[in-house]
Design a protein around this ligand. Structure first.
Ligand code: GDP
Ligand code: MG
Length: 581
């Protein structure tokens, strides 16, 4: 690609990457990203304006500083410094050598070395199994690097801390060149074996085969002291520095640098996208399960409602049966009582009424009252069981999602507020269970049920029906209250009048009892329906905060996932564009 076109393409890509990093930062800031991750994104955007950053890592004492000095052609950096020097040195080009502290653990050194014209070299404290702080400082710098120079020493190639560090480099999607330093310590026939060992390990650890070169920084630095140009060049070539220098110069020509530089923030974005997509996926699974829990509670409620209605219908049937039996007894009573042979008794209304109450009405009011009491206790019992089920469901659910918070800072806020919320809903439900005075509940409902029964006036209604029947008969007998009944009147009474009156009385009684039954049903049904609705509403009110939370969080999460996905394809698109440069 000609230079002008390259510049234009670069400008476009830089703009697109900046927009991508901004979008991602905004998205993650609203998704509880860690301060570190947000800072990394911010720096990635800043570094787009900065020079190419060649970052040198490797275990303490591997010879990183010596190697950098050799590349720069002079002793710019102190070597063999105490391992406690925990500063990152950024080397930049400048006419006058000098150094200044530019941040916590960050020193900028200026050198006139031509090697620094197009890039900055970063010397890190390196990996260190003993001083963890060094490793942290070095690790923090990895996301910023455009190319990593990974220096390992011939006397302990690929130390454990170096191995672990390669994983970090891989995570951030960094390009890496591996350098075996201190090759002067190896017998010459050992070198291929050690190189083979490093290549094999690097491939396994990185998932691709990086360039591996060997040098002796010490020999290179010694060669640089040579006055004689020929001697110097021979010495540098023998040290491996000439080959390393050539490799770096060709890999890091303008186009090479540009491609690496532009790939760098994409690697950062890709890692963070992956990290937070995993968080989002875990959260989605959790919320899906929460949603199912809400549905489960709803199902339990519907089942409860359905069972209640069904059982209630059969309990109403019992009331019907009680009234039906009353009807039957009344018929039998009328048959037995309203007959000619008992004519004298018929004039004694009190006696008849007493008999009626004893034989027909009997324990009907008491039975209906008992049926009401049972109905009410059954309702209270079922309601309590439902609450207990809901408490169990919520308690089980509260345990889930603990893991997410355990995984680190990411998602802890969501996880703890979610658990707190489920906890408070569960507590509210448990409170209901604990304070559920079954008898109090029952008697409250029972008295309103009884009231419904009383209002129908069971006893009074029966009495009225009976009264009407007696009055009919009494009216008949009154026709001849003064004298002896004529035979024909008696015959008339027996044959026509009494049966007709009896039929009318029975009809009247049935009419009244049917009315009574429907009033009773309506009153009890009213009470039942109201109580059931109140009980369901109370449950719904209690779990409402959980339901609302799950709905709201699911909505938010779906939006985040969609954006993460969109940004993921944008990273892919830009990566392809960078590869094509
Ligand atoms: N034998 C040998 N020693 C070296 C070589 N490079 C550096 N050293 C020595 O290793 C020690 C650590 O070097 P330094 O550059 O400070 O390592 P750093 O901690 O990785 O920066 C110093 O004493 C160097 O002189 C090399 O190529 N061969
Ligand atoms: Mg050093």
């Amino acid at each position: 690609m000609p230079a002008a076109l390259l510049a234009a393409a670069q400008e476009q890509l830089v703009l697109a990457e900046r927009a991508l990093l901004d979008d991602l930062r905004l998205l993650l800031a609203g998704f509880e990203a860690t301060a570190d991750d947000l800072a990394t994104l911010g720096r990635a955007a800043q570094d787009l304006d900065d020079l190419f950053l060649l970052v040198v890592v490797g275990e303490f004492n591997a010879g990183k500083s010596a190697l950098i000095n050799a590349l720069l052609g002079g002793r710019v950096l102190p070597e063999g410094a105490t391992p406690t020097t925990d500063t990152v040195n950024v080397l930049r080009f400048g006419d006058e050598a000098g150094e200044k502290v530019v941040g916590e653990a960050l020193v900028e050194r200026v050198s006139p070395s031509p090697f620094l014209r197009d890039l900055a070299i970063v010397d890190t404290p390196g990996t260190n199994a003993v001083i963890r702080r060094h490793e942290e400082i070095t690790r923090d710098f990895v996301p910023r690097s455009d190319l990593v120079l990974f220096v390992t020493s011939a006397d302990r190639p690929f130390s454990e801390s170096e191995r672990q560090f390669l994983a970090t480099i891989r995570e951030w999607g960094k390009k890496v060149v591996i350098i075996l330093n201190k090759r002067d310590l190896l017998a010459s026939d050992d070198l291929p074996r050690v190189m083979g060992f490093i290549e094999g390990n690097a491939n396994a650890l990185l998932g691709f085969q990086p360039t591996v070169l060997s040098v002796s920084a010490r020999q290179a630095l010694a060669a640089l002291q040579q006055e004689d140009v020929g001697e110097r060049q021979r010495g540098l070539a023998a040290s491996g520095l000439t080959a390393l220098d050539a490799h770096l110069r060709s890999a890091l020509d303008e186009r090479g640098r540009l491609k690496l530089k532009l790939a760098s923030p994409l690697g950062v974005a890709a890692l963070l996208l992956e990290r937070y997509s995993a968080v989002a996926d875990r959260r989605m699974r959790l919320l899906d399960e929460d949603m199912r829990t809400n549905t489960l509670i709803e199902d339990q409620m519907s089942e409860y409602e359905r069972d209640m209605r069904r059982d209630f219908a059969s309990r109403l049937g019992q009331i019907d049966a009680t009234i039906y039996e009353l009807d039957q007894r009344a018929d039998a009573f009328f048959d037995a009582t309203l007959r000619l042979g008992r004519l004298p008794d018929l004039f004694n209304a009190d006696k008849i009424r007493g008999e009626f109450e004893r034989v027909v009405l009997a324990d009907t009011p008491q039975r209906i009252d008992n049926q009401m009491q049972e109905l009410v206790e059954w309702m209270a019992d079922r309601e309590l069981r439902l609450w207990q089920q809901i408490v169990d469901i919520l308690n089980r659910r509260r345990q889930a999602g603990v893991d997410e918070g355990m995984l680190g800072q990411v998602g802890r806020e969501f996880s703890s507020s979610r658990r707190e919320l489920i906890g408070s809903v569960a507590r509210a439900a448990r409170d209901v269970v604990e304070k559920y005075d079954e008898r109090a509940q029952a008697s409250e409902l029972a008295s309103s049920m009884r009231e419904a029964v009383t209002q129908t006036g069971l006893v009074a209604a029966s009495g009225v029906a009976l009264g009407a029947a007696i009055a009919l008969l009494a009216g008949t007998a009154a026709m001849d209250v003064t004298g002896v009944l004529a035979a024909s009147v008696i015959a008339g009474l027996g044959l026509f009048i009494i049966p007709r009156r009896k039929k009318a009385a029975a009809r009247e009684f049935h009419r009244r009892s049917a009315e009574l039954r429907s009033q009773l049903r309506a009153g009890v049904e009213d009470q039942f329906t109201g109580a059931l609705a109140r009980s369901l509403e109370r449950i719904r009110d209690t779990i409402a905060p959980y339901v609302r939370f799950v709905r709201a969080e699911l909505g938010k999460l779906q939006a985040v996932q969609a954006k993460l996905e969109a940004l993921g394809s944008e990273v892919g698109r830009l990566q392809t564009a960078v590869d094509r440069l």
